[in-house]
Write a protein that binds this ligand. Sequence first.
Ligand code: NDP
Length: 525
Amino acid sequence: MKNTIESVASRAKTPFKNAPFTDFSKEENRKAQMEALEQVKGELGRIYPLVIGGKKITNETTFASVNPSQPEQVIGYFSRATVEQANEAVAAASEAFENWKRVPAEERAGYLFAAADLMRQRRFHFNAWMIYEVGKSWAEADGDTAEAIDFMEYYAREMMRLTDDQPLTHIEGEDNKLVYIPLGVGAVIPPWNFPCAIMVGMTSAAFVTGNTVVLKPASTSPAIAAQFMSILEEVGLPAGVVNLLTGSGSTIGDALIENLQVRFIAFTGSRDVGLRINELAAKPRKGQRWLKRTILEMGGKDAVVVDETADLDAAAAGIVASAFGFQGQKCSAGSRAIVVDKVYDQVLQKVTEMTKQLSMGDVTKPETLIGPVVDENAMKKITEYIEIGRGEGRVMAGGGHHGPGYFIEPTVIADVDPHARIAQEEIFGPVLAVIRAKDFDDAMHIANDTEYGLTGALYSKDPQRIERAKEEYHVGNLYFNRKCTGALVGVHPFGGFNMSGTDSKAGGRDYLLLFTQAKAISTKK
Ligand code: NDP
C-alpha cells in the first residue's frame, strides 16, 4: 500500500473537494479520451473470473456483456456464479472479516486514497469502459468516474472523522466513550446506470468501515466492476475483503440475502427488487443471530415544476437536461415536467424545440449527447411505454427507435394526466411526460402525488413559493432553479423518500453510520 498511516491521517485532514469534470473542449483531453477509447477497444472480449477470497475462478458457464451501441461487440465474458459460489464468497468474506475488523481505520482509509489516486490516473480509461459498456456520452461517463473518485476521497475522510473522539455528556466518576464498529459481511448489489460511481461508493463505504463485502455487480455492467477489482488488488487490499461475484441477480440474489453470515445488504436498483430484498432480509432464519440491515436506494418519478414567474428558457433547458441526460436512465431523471397553465404552451414549445436538437448516435464521438438505452429489455419496455403514452397524450418530439443498437429518440409527450401510467410509473428511459397544472398549488400537489420521492426541482422567482416548496415538496433532493440531476458528493447528499428507498444519503455525513454499529463503553473511575 502506498500510503503510510501518517500520510493518510494528514491527507484526511485536508478538506474534501470534488474532482473537477474534464474539459473536453481542450485538445489534449479530447486526444487522451480518444486514445483511451482505442486502448480499451483492444481489451474488449476478454474472459473475467470471479474473485473469491483472492482466488480467481473462471467458470465454464459465462455470460457476455455487450455494447448497447453495437450489440454484436462483446465487452467481456463473465463467469456465471452459482448459488454454491455465492455461499463460498460469503464464507470467504466472513473469514476475512476476523482480521479486517482489527485493521486500523487509517490503514483502511489509506486503501481508498490509494485506489482514488489510481482511478484518477486511469480516468479516461474508466470513461472509455462506460462509453462502451453502457453507452454513456463522454461527459456522462466522465461525471460517473469523477463521482467514484469523490466517494473514495469523501468516505476515507469520513471514516477518520468517525474514529475521532465522539462528543458525549460528561458525568463525574466515569470515563465514557462511543466507538463505531463494523457490522460484518455485506452483500453489495449496485445497478448498471452509475456502473462506476454507485458500485464504488457502496463498496468502499462498506469496507472502509471495517466490513467485508460480496460485490455482485449488475449483469449489464460487470466490466467496470472488474476494473475496480484490479485497482483494489493493485493497492494491496487483503484477499477476501472484497469478493467479486458476477452472475444473475435472480439466481444468486436470494442465496446472498438469506445467507446466515450476511449481516447487511446495500442495494441500489429498482423498486421491485428492493422490496423483495427488504422482505427476504426481514425474515429471520434458524440460527440467525442478528437483524439484517438493509440500505435500499430505489426508483423515482421525479418532477421539474415551472411557475409563471420562472425564467422560461432556463426552465426548458433544465427540463431537457433532467429528462434526457444518459437517455433518462437516472433515478434522478426528471421524467415529469409540471408546468402551470399560464406558461404551459410557451414552455412546451421551448422543450420540444430543444429536444429535437439533441444529437443522438455514436457515443465514442465527443459531440454526441444521446446514446443507446442499456439493453434489449430496456428498449422493449421503453417502447411499450411510448405506445402507452401515445394514448395518454400528444407526442411532440421523438417516439421512434433505431437499430442496430438500442437507440430510442428523446420523446416528449404533452398533455398527460397526472395519474396516467406514464406520469406515475418509472420508465427509466428518454420519455418525458409534460403535465399542465392549474396553478402553483395544483403543481405542488401533482409533484407529490406519486409513490416515489427522490428528486424534484422548482423553477420560480417567487421567494414565498420557494419557501413553501422547501416545506411541501416531499423529496430527498430538492433543487431550485436548476436541473434535478447531477448530485455532487459532499455537496448534495443523495437519497429519496417513500418508495424511493431508505434515504441513505450517499455522499453525506450520515452515510457511513449505516455501515457501522455504535458501542458505548463506560469505565468507573
Ligand atoms: P435492478 O433492480 O434490475 O438491478 C439492480 C441490481 O439488483 C443488479 O445488480 C441486479 O442484478 C440485482 N438483482 C436483480 N434481481 C435480484 C434479486 N432477486 N435479488 C438480488 N439482486 C437482484 O435495477 P437496474 O440495475 O435496472 O437499475 C435501475 C434502477 O435503479 C432504477 O429503478 C433506478 O431508479 C434505480 N436507481 C436508484 C438510485 C437511487 O439512488 N435511488 C440510483 C440509481 C439507480 P442483475 O443485473 O444480474 O439482474
